[in-house]
Write a protein that binds this ligand. Structure first.
Ligand SMILES: [Zn+2]
Length: 368
């Protein structure tokens, strides 16, 4: 038995004599002849609490035959105006907070309730001080089990771009601030904050174990931090998103164990492509210069919103092409393009047979 619900993001309104219109945006508009008001009544009956048989019976009371009502419901479902649910649905107080999420997923012709419940039961680990925007997005999406790893304290220089903090928060541990934010924002949130500097693969593994996804927004020490998180994520079989920022672009890549290449595959590939790559790595590792972060609030907001949108697409669209590309969002034009692609390496020290364990890069970027 199926319960039918008219999508509530679509306005339904009389258009001209004997005609109703559904939808008003530039992509989804239908006009239906409805001289007797039958269609409008039918759409009203599809409120999520009635089975199709009950709706057909109610329409019969108006003189509409079973075949006519059935045909109308089929058309409405095929057009995506009415969605079919496998249980009656009325909005709970918790779901009121995510009404927009549900409307968005239903409008994308997805199983919105299944996706929302999946988000709510996922465990996500966010590593690094750049992750506070990700946490805000995750909380708004309804993710309840969150782990936060950050050893930094809120600094006055964070306030130009990190929306979670106020002047009164300067000096407080970021991990604890983030934990309080998520707990305030999400009903039933279970937040674990790790005010901890990550030094060993085993430490990262212990923290991320059991997570559904990891977000790595930490980039210090350069390359080594991504290697640590990558080694741990591959060992724990957890997909991971890596985020990087530059002045006029944001970059991201996803590593999905068993599906895509990993961070170490990418490093070896870059080393083979550029004769100066190893010199760059050695120089950055050897330098203790702490550059200022050339980001303004809008550019960090653009970058993190873009990455989170892609993550939602990865979670909701099994057929989306994924991995083996560093994607770049160009801030001035908002164009997205792959800037670097690579393949999974069978000899990879982390995701392969480890036969490149003696590669010169690993002397420069040791992890343990
Ligand atoms: Zn690899």
């Amino acid at each position: 038995m199926e319960f039918l619900r008219t999508r509530r993001d679509l306005p339904i309104y009389p258009w001209c004599e004997g005609l109703i219109r559904i939808g008003a945006d530039d992509t989804e508009v239908w006009e239906i002849p409805d001289p007797e008001g039958h269609w409008q009544h039918l759409l009203g009956l599809c409120d999520g609490t009635r089975a199709d048989s009950a709706i057909i019976a109610a329409m019969a009371a108006m003189g509409v035959t079973t075949e006519e009502a059935q045909g109308a419901l089929t058309q409405l479902r095929e057009a995506g105006i009415v969605v079919a649910l496998n249980a009656p649905y009325t909005e709970s107080a918790d779901d009121e907070r995510v009404r927009g999420n549900l409307a968005y997923f239903w409008a994308d012709h997805l199983d919105a309730l299944a996706i929302q419940r999946h988000l709510e039961t996922m465990t996500i680990t966010v590593i690094g001080g750049g992750g506070s925007h990700f946490l805000m997005h995750l909380a708004a999406l309804g993710v309840r089990q969150v782990r936060i790893v950050d050893y930094d304290r809120v600094d006055a220089s964070n306030l130009n771009r990190q929306w979670m903090y106020d002047v009164q928060h300067i000096g407080r541990a970021k991990a604890e601030m983030a934990s309080e934010y998520v707990a305030r924002r999400v009903a039933g949130a279970a937040v674990q904050a790790f005010n901890q500097k990550l030094e060993r693969v085993a430490d990262v593994q212990a923290i991320i174990r059991g997570s559904d996804w990891v977000f790595c927004a930490a980039d210090e020490p350069p390359y080594r931090m991504q290697r640590l998180v990558n080694r741990a994520s591959i060992a724990e079989n957890i997909p991971c998103i890596y985020a990087f920022s530059q002045r006029q672009s944001g970059r991201m890549m996803e590593v999905i164990p068993g599906v895509t290449g990993c961070v170490d595959c990418l490093l070896v590939t870059n080393d083979g492509r550029s004769p100066s790559f190893r010199q760059l790595v050695a120089s950055l590792v050897g330098s203790h210069f702490q550059p200022d972060t050339p980001l303004i609030s809008p550019t960090l907001g653009l970058m993190t919103s873009w990455i989170m949108k892609r993550w939602v697409d990865l979670v909701t669209q099994p057929n989306l092409s994924r991995g083996n590309a560093v994607l770049r969002l160009d801030f001035p034009t908002l164009a997205v393009a792959p800037v670097s692609t690579w393949a999974r390496r069978l000899d990879c020290v982390t995701c392969g047979d480890q036969s490149n364990a003696d590669h010169a890069l690993w002397q420069l970027l040791p992890i343990a």
